[in-house]
Design a protein around this ligand. Structure first.
Ligand code: UN1
Length: 509
């Protein structure tokens, strides 16, 4: 279905997936990648063995010696060239993302755009790795701080953003002078290989060591090697809270650093002062975009009782307009789930909603027949629930939207919004300044992202991305997220002939 694109991305020759010497190390069991769009086999990639992993780390360690000594603005220049290549490959890579992962082609393109944007951001950042200067309490002394590269940054990414999340980490890590070892999701291995080929073109053209970007493949077992490896000072992991807890403990056990971007249970509060049209667009895109498989997907709508029926009717009507089908067909709004396991999780969640007393407003179900042969297409569903239901408290990575009613003041809605274990993204739809400011205040949303008159998904790269509580606390992408990829060193220099001690301590010999 995307033969031409695969060819241009250099993926046509990797049918048995043996490592081709472009610095991806994988000679283990075969991972087959099937498209959830049509169930076809796209390609095969081998998983990495323990020996492959050792080679990968050795290659990265060697490259680090060159890379850390390359001035940061020159590192930025390499990332600039990578961004240029991404512009050239945007349509092909966007299509591969769409076909291998199942999100709409528009969203696939959007994901590559995020990669381009973070490259631009990182280029600027490469000249702004600022530390502070401080005034020493001692005469003839100067004190300042500098940021140095960490070394190897391990990136474990999820299937739902198979290319962008790596690039948020990699582009910043590279300008910071780190080298990156990437384990993409075993559900989207071809996206990983495609990206690796593009960055390797850039490294080759600049005569730089391949080990600046290393690819390994496989499931959690290979991720575990990284989490436990003292040669990997930072592990950045995106995925489920269950996975994040394991990674966090393994990394912490060796006192390494982890950057965790885990589950969300994101809500939009809809107040009596909201704009109905904006609410419908924000909520529906947030709930069904990427078939509800973003960590920022809208899972809950917390609606004031006075407008509840009106909002519910408008959302239900909008669901009636949704076209579900092949994500490469731009007439469709909703593509498939990633695989049949995800379909089963979705069906089990709908059963639990019913068992636990939820009221289904828009029925779900698996689609069958022409165009749905992969078995991964499901109907976006809506249920009226109480926030406390056990199933509502969990992140189900599927298009199931929960409607929750609140009464009284916005404080009650904020309490419901905060009343889950996760803390990634949140939003309020209101034209009431008091409500909006209350929502953004210290007594407001407890999430890492809080939006006004915007939905919960679709964060821009310029802000720090991540969340609190079970979301893991990490921040990636914009703002000062770069700091986690570096180690801070405080330097005090004495330019006198005396050695006065700090705190005025006397120590005469
Ligand atoms: C994710 O789902 O892991 O806010 C990341 C968004 C995207 C990032 C989502 N920019 O929807």
């Amino acid at each position: 279905m995307i033969q031409e694109e695969l060819k241009r991305l250099g993926l046509n020759e990797i049918n048995e997936g043996t490592s081709t010497g472009q610095n991806w190390f994988s000679n283990g069991e075969i991972l087959e990648s099937y498209s959830p769009a049509d169930g076809q086999l796209i390609g095969k990639v081998k998983a990495s063995t323990k020996e492959d992993y050792e080679k990968a780390i050795a290659s990265a360690q060697e490259a680090f010696k060159t890379w850390r000594a390359t001035p940061a603005p020159l590192r930025g220049e390499i990332v600039r060239q990578f961004g240029e290549k991404l512009r050239a490959y945007k349509a092909d890579l966007g299509k591969l993302v769409s076909y291998e992962m199942g999100k709409s082609y528009q969203e696939g393109l959007g994901e590559v755009q995020e990669m381009i944007d973070i490259c631009d951001f990182a280029v600027g950042q490469s000249r702004q790795l600022y530390g502070l200067t401080m005034h020493s309490e001692r005469p003839g002394h100067r004190m300042y701080e500098q940021y140095h590269p960490l070394g190897i940054v391990g990136v474990i990414s999820a299937f739902n953003f198979p290319v962008a999340v790596w690039s948020w980490n990699a582009a910043l890590a590279w300008v910071c002078g780190d080298v990156v070892v990437w384990k993409p999701s075993e559900k989207t291995p071809l996206c990983g290989v495609a990206c690796q080929k593009i960055i390797q073109e850039v490294l080759k053209e600049n005569n730089l060591p391949e080990g600046i970007s290393v690819l390994i493949n496989g499931d959690y077992k290979i991720g575990e090697l990284m989490s436990k490896d003292t040669r990997v000072p930072l592990v950045s992991a995106t995925g489920s809270t269950r996975m994040g807890k394991i990674v966090a403990q393994e990394v912490a056990a060796r006192l390494g650093k982890s950057l965790l971007e885990l589950g969300g249970n994101n809500a939009i509060i809809v107040t009596p002062d909201s704009d109905l049209k904006m609410t419908v667009i924000g909520a529906v895109f947030g709930a069904v975009g990427t078939a509800g498989q973003r960590c920022t997907s809208t899972r809950r709508l917390i609606i004031h009782e006075s407008i509840y029926d009106k909002v519910k009717d408008a959302i239900v009507a909008a669901y009636g307009q949704l076209r579900i089908g092949n994500p490469l067909d731009q007439n469709n709004h909703v593509g498939p789930l990633i695989d049949k396991d995800a379909v089963n999780t979705y069906l089990a969640a709908l059963d639990k909603v019913k068992e636990q007393g939820g009221n289904i407003v828009v029925e779900g179900g698996v689609l069958e027949g022409a165009g749905y042969e992969s078995g991964c297409y499901v109907k976006p569903a809506i249920a009226e629930v109480k926030n406390e239901l056990e199933i509502v408290q969990h992140e189900t990575f599927a298009p199931i939207l929960y409607l929750i009613k609140y009464s009284g003041d916005v404080e009650n809605a904020i309490e419901l919004q905060n009343g889950v274990a996760q803390g990634l993204s949140s939003a309020i739809m209101t034209n009431n300044l008091r409500e909006a400011e209350k929502f953004l205040s210290a007594a407001g949303s407890d999430c890492g992202i809080a939006n006004v008159n915007i939905g919960t998904s679709g964060a821009e790269i310029g802000g720090a991305f991540g969340g609190e509580k079970e979301t893991g606390g990490g921040r990636e992408s914009g703002s000062d997220a770069w700091k986690i990829y570096m180690r801070r060193q405080t330097n005090t220099i004495n330019y006198t002939t005396n050695l006065p001690l700090a705190q005025g301590i006397k120590f005469d010999l």
